[in-house]
Design a protein around this ligand. Sequence first.
Ligand SMILES: Nc1ncnc2c1ncn2[C@@H]1O[C@H](COP(=O)(O)OP(=O)(O)OP(=O)(O)O)[C@@H](O)[C@H]1O
Length: 270
Amino acid sequence: MLKVKGITKRFGGLTAVHAVDFEVKQGEIVGLIGPNGAGKTTFFNILTGIYKADEGTIDFENKPIQGLAPFRIAKSGMSRTFQNIRLLKDETVLENVKVGMFGRTKSGLWSAILGMRASRVEEEQVAELSLKAIELVGLNGFEQELAGSLSYGNQRRVEIARALVANPKLLLLDEPTAGMNAQETKEVDDLVRKIRKNGTTVILIEHNVGMVVGLCDRLVVLDHGEKIADGKPEQVIAHPKVIEAYIGKTDEIDETDESEEEVNPIAANS
Ligand SMILES: Nc1ncnc2c1ncn2[C@@H]1O[C@H](COP(=O)(O)OP(=O)(O)OP(=O)(O)O)[C@@H](O)[C@H]1O
């Protein structure tokens, strides 16, 4: 579904993402992890057209998308959420979710202003799709609430609903569980599984390694802009390079620890 080859992004003298290859198959849930500043969000920004890569190619469903404007990439079936919640806090949940259809409807601005029939029909369709997305994320009953009045966890759900309303093929979630407690994190875990079941492929950036190990089919690890591991979650978090990136040099880990159960230091620390 997604094939990234040799993507590099520099900010002045800093190479934030360096020659990264990355692939996602349809139906996968892929976790993108790595320490702070590893280049994860920059990588999402490149995929979604917010940043232009200096080098490399990106094919989405066998079509090159690098260099396209964000709205074109979104239109081709890729949606995202952001690390920091970006809601219209004084608007209702329903209005916030409808925003996700912006640019996807056929009738133009004038027909909307003039209240033409085509535009009214589309407006109804947009509302219907938005209500479906709200239901999918478990926020039925909150449609008319102001987004700013919701709990933090529910605001994140609104963001996810907005990203889902146009029925994307690929959904990118940037730290969907940031700031959440264990119960809310578990609910996001369930929601991502439900989204995949509904036919959307998912890539998520996460700091909660324990969660992604249980949820993802595959983990990709970035460190200092480079991909250092890619594979099955249990294998990836046991990889010496990954442990080194998170904890420090592996020879600094106390190997004389004789506690009975072997605990992966990364999962334990997340
Ligand atoms: N617009 C920018 N201008 C200059 N430097 C940037 C810009 N965006 C990101 N960077 C730098 O690129 C590097 C990668 O940042 P990025 O935000 O992609 O990392 P990250 O893995 O998402 O980190 P975190 O987990 O903390 O969110 C960092 O050193 C960051 O300071």
